[in-house]
Design a protein around this ligand. Structure first.
Ligand code: UDP
Ligand code: MG
Length: 136
């Protein structure tokens, strides 16, 4: 049985800054995702710290949180069959250098930190991340 899932996607500051929002959304649509909800926001650093709490012991945590809160981002709920895995594949590897041809990070990513998009890594985290941005 195939499951319709939802996942959280973020178009990160480096991509919004380069006006790639529309192009990246079109890639999602072309690949069968529906954008169920979306908003363009800028978050405070302390909110980025909550969002990325799983990485709090990593050496890149502080820079990562500064970066995510450095400019506008577009947060979206994407829906598709097997959305979580499908979005991870479409995004490509964390480091754009390792990302496969045709992936969003290969096409647009600048570096491992400025890699243009975020996507939930599990169904459980997708639910938590969707609630984080869209609850209320
Ligand atoms: N990141 C970084 N340096 C690293 C690893 C990760 O700046 O060495 C950043 C990068 O923006 C990445 C985010 O931290 O997207 C979260 O890391 P994760 O390992 O969860 O990668 P993702 O799930 O985004 O592919
Ligand atoms: Mg991750």
């Amino acid at each position: 049985m195939s499951d319709i899932e939802q996942t959280l996607s973020i178009i990160k500051p480096d991509a919004v800054e380069r006006s790639l929002e529309k192009e990246i959304k079109e890639i999602f649509i072309k690949n069968g995702f529906s954008i169920i909800q979306e908003k363009k926001i800028q978050i405070e650093k302390n909110e980025a710290e909550k969002f990325y709490k799983v990485h709090e012991t990593k050496p890149f945590y502080n820079d990562l949180c500064s970066y995510l809160s450095s400019g506008p981002i577009v947060v979206m709920i994407l829906e598709k069959i097997n959305a979580v895995k499908s979005n991870r594949e479409l995004m490509g590897s964390t480091n754009p250098k390792d990302a496969k041809e045709g992936s969003i990070r290969k096409k647009y990513g600048i570096s491992i930190d400025k890699n243009s998009v975020h996507g939930s890594d599990s169904i459980e985290n997708a639910k938590l991340e969707i609630d984080f941005f869209f609850k209320d």
